[in-house]
Design a protein around this ligand. Structure first.
Ligand code: SF4
Ligand code: FE
Length: 482
């Protein structure tokens, strides 16, 4: 059954999450003013799945039972599915203007659908069967899963088993008849407190000595021993002010947490990788490729920023200046290039042994590499067009002040046909996207999410197949080296 946005919100209220922020336990994350916008963004993934005009993109047909499901719980069955996933990311990025968080779980499910199958083939284990049972539960309940990969990593020069503190990578600390006990943490977890489930995967390829760290499993997000410590974001406390206008995007946002696993029990039926260390690398690689494709979300956020830039140009009365038009063309060129990369790795995807379709790894990495750069340039151009007022604008309360409000109305008027309030709103939105809470998602997350730039460059070098290119060159100019 596909949940509505309302049902999703109610389902989160039933969770007993241990959330900390500003040194205090947050008893009710759903209604917390700082966290609520991130819940609203995930709720949009439920709401839009019920809109007939978005049905093709937002829903899919379960390969398990033929039922209509939310695409975020789907295992891709074709390149059309992968292309629709890219389009879904752009669509939602445009409707929220932030990170809507639910892709990490979708990407974890798809990566596990491939790797559990491959482990079984080698070791005659039963991981895939377990996984499919778990998937059926996720699809039936239309759950949001958090995909948790990034370990704190301690001293980056040392492998997991050589770390002075052995908990720097999440690991198995005990094995019992009915399951395992795990300890460690996952950092930068997008959407963690808006998820019903958390799917843990290793963060790097591993060797025999690190086998206690080669573990993947899923748990309900409120399982005993899991705690969430919320990250701060630039301008976050503006959301607690009485006047929401200074936030720029009062309804939506994304949020990250450090998730601590303090000796947490995992029953065997939820363990999907256990000490088969040579499959840690393939799992990381699959998840990373899928998630690098998912960054089509940023072209949706880019749509918002381009729209905001055109709007402020009109409000300022400069929309006909040729350099402004050219800057907007440049922003569009960069933004559509991001979309092209995500579409290309989807269209060039192929079927794995499990039947799941995976994206083209080289193109997914090239695409994400562009994402580490282009949003910064798009943001720079947006700030250029917006003008300095974006960062010197007094608060929304000053505009209402009986003493000085009239001066702000008078001196911050642009195009006479536009209200000063609308000019204020669009400037605050650009501020939000390029400097405020949403810049976390649009800029720094673009840089480091789904792996930092260097991680993509390593994959690009591995996949580039340069010898084939040398052959082409040598053939054309008549070099014959036997
Ligand atoms: Fe999804 Fe984009 Fe957020 Fe990653 S950054 S979870 S791809 S919306
Ligand atoms: Fe991300």
């Amino acid at each position: 059954m596909m949940m509505t946005a309302q049902q999703y919100e109610e389902s989160l209220r039933k969770l007993d999450l241990v959330v900390y922020m500003f040194g205090r336990r947050v008893e009710n994350p759903v209604d917390d003013p700082i966290l609520r916008p991130s819940m609203n963004a995930v709720a949009k993934t439920y709401e839009m799945a019920h809109q007939s005009e978005h049905e093709n993109i937002m829903t899919a047909t379960s390969h398990l039972n033929g039922e209509k499901i939310n695409r975020f719980t789907h295992i891709h069955q074709s390149t059309t599915d992968l292309v629709n996933k890219t389009k879904m990311g752009r669509l939602l990025g445009g409707h929220t203007g932030c990170c809507f968080q639910r892709c990490v779980g979708m990407d974890a499910l798809n990566a596990l659908s491939i790797v559990t199958y491959d482990i079984d083939k080698k070791y005659d284990t039963r991981y895939n069967e377990r996984f499919l049972k778990y998937l059926a539960h996720v699809q039936e309940k239309d759950l949001t899963c958090d995909g948790a990969m990034t370990d704190p990593k301690g001293d980056r020069s040392l492998p997991p088993h050589k770390q002075p503190d052995p908990d720097m990578f999440l690991r198995v600390v005990a094995e019992k008849d009915d399951g395992i006990v795990v300890r460690g943490a996952k950092a930068h977890q997008t959407g963690a407190v808006n998820s019903h489930e958390i799917i843990v995967m290793p963060t790097i390829a591993m060797r025999e000595e690190d086998k206690d760290y080669a573990v993947s499993f899923a748990l309900p997000s409120d399982a005993p021993g899991i705690a969430y410590i919320m990250g701060r974001q630039s301008c976050d406390t503006r959301k607690t002010e009485t006047n929401p206008l200074d936030t720029g995007n009062p309804v939506f946002g994304g949020h990250e947490a450090l998730v601590v696993f303090d000796d947490v029990f995992v029953p065997w039926e939820r363990v999907f990788l256990y000490k088969e260390h040579e499959f840690a690398g393939p799992l990381v690689e699959r998840f990373a490729s899928y998630h690098r494709q998912s960054y089509a979300c940023k072209s949706g956020v880019g749509d918002v920023l381009i729209g905001a830039s055109q709007t402020i140009a009109e409000y300022n009365g400069v929309q006909n200046a040729s350099h402004i038009k050219d800057k907007l063309i440049e922003m569009t060129h960069l933004n559509e290039t991001l979309f092209c990369g995500s579409l290309a790795c989807a269209a060039e995807g192929r079927e794995e042994a499990s039947g799941t379709y995976c994206v083209n790894t080289l193109l997914a990495n090239v695409s994400k590499q562009n994402v580490t750069r282009f949003p910064y340039e798009i943001a720079r151009l947006a700030q250029d067009i917006a003008g300095g007022l974006m960062v010197t604008l007094p608060s929304a309360e000053d505009f209402k002040s009986p003493e000085v409000g009239k001066w702000l109305e008078k001196y911050y008027q642009g195009n006479k046909d536009v209200s000063t309030e609308n000019r204020f709103r669009i400037l605050r939105l650009i501020e939000n996207l390029t400097l405020g809470t949403a810049a976390v998602g649009y800029l720094t997350e673009s840089m480091h999410g789904a792996g930092s730039p260097q991680a993509q460059r390593i994959m690009i070098s591995r996949q580039s197949n340069t010898p084939e290119k040398q052959k082409l060159a040598k053939k054309l100019c008549g070099i014959d080296e036997k």
